[in-house]
Design a protein around this ligand. Sequence first.
Ligand SMILES: [Zn+2]
Ligand SMILES: [Zn+2]
Length: 424
Amino acid sequence: MKILIKGGRVVNPANGFDSVCDVYIVDGVVQKIGENLTESADKVIDAAGKIVAPGLIDMHVHLREPGLEYKEDIKSGTLAAAQGGFTSVCCMPNTVPVLDNAPLIEYVKNKAAQVGSVNVYPVGAVSKGQKGEQLAEIGDMKEAGAVAISDDGRPVSNPELMRHAMEYADMFNMLVISHCEDLSLVAGGSMNEGIVSTRLGLKGIPNAAEEVQIARDIILAKETGKRIHIAHVSTAGGVEIIRQAKKQGILVTAETCPHYFTLTEEAVEGFNTNAKMNPPLRTQKDVDAIIAGLCDGTLDAIVTDHAPHHRDEKEVEFAVAANGIVGLETSLCLGITYLVKKNLLTLSELLAKMSCNPANILGLNKGKLEEQADADIVIFSMDELYTVDKETFASKSKNTPYHGWEVYGRVDCTICGGKVVYKR
Ligand SMILES: [Zn+2]
Ligand SMILES: [Zn+2]
């Protein structure tokens, strides 16, 4: 199969390339990038006026399979990914059962190969059953195809276990992704602790609940000399701790999500359960700090933390509603609209945080649009304004706070391994 993408603005953040030209794909590989290519093709895509970029990589999604297919499954979740411009996703292990052994990692890999629209890289659990007691079989999971370990959904509360996880993971060249949350400080809270929680009469979660564990993990990374990746940073203090650690040369990387740079705790007003997530939406001061962290490189990656939930889990009292929102179909447009269009990040800087940076953190040979690279490509419009409509989402779940928002950055076409997996 030969595809010729004509006349788009080709942006490759991995090497700084940014120029209007053509991209020629043969059998799943980018064969040639250049001006006025005349190679014969089975399919010609007119990309004039569009951005042609490496397929996006989301290193933090919940595909909910096995066990929670009423929320999402590998088929629907990877369709949502393709629709959002992603060609690779890392799925978290808090499924039922938990992905804590090689056969389950293999199950996810095989299922994704059969029914998936994009590449799926499973993340194995840190601890057996995510119970925080005994380490899972890290080496076996690596062999089966896991790219990282995490107890995401829950923190690893025991520091000694976390230290061992970092040491073991390093032996297998695996990343540890830490969901930072001190449960004693969370103490049953359901939103950010502050003026809004007081007004609504909801129990709050202080910033410290996240920050004390970020600090702990960074201390462990310093002592062991091993790597740690901090998931979904939401607080100003968290950004600052990571910034200082990086200055000291500690091997820490970090991610944040679009909701932490587009929304504040105010979104919870009216007890909107689609504004309930973990960590919770914070204040404008935190949002400003997250953006500053993205701008100065403290925050390496933008991830969705795509967390599909059934209506029945959201259409309940706020305090008991499930945490999280779907994000695969709104991540690129929110980055374009709230970071690039506001001149906070360049287009290439935004795309780096959604392609080559996560690839580098995970050690994946992905996230670049250059000759001989895998033909994982997204084509999107920068300037067309459109309205987010949750009814068009491919995800089984519709729990988004962005329904009805006017945004830029509309995906036209997603190509994965040289195959068109989404076309508008
Ligand atoms: Zn988490
Ligand atoms: Zn998560």
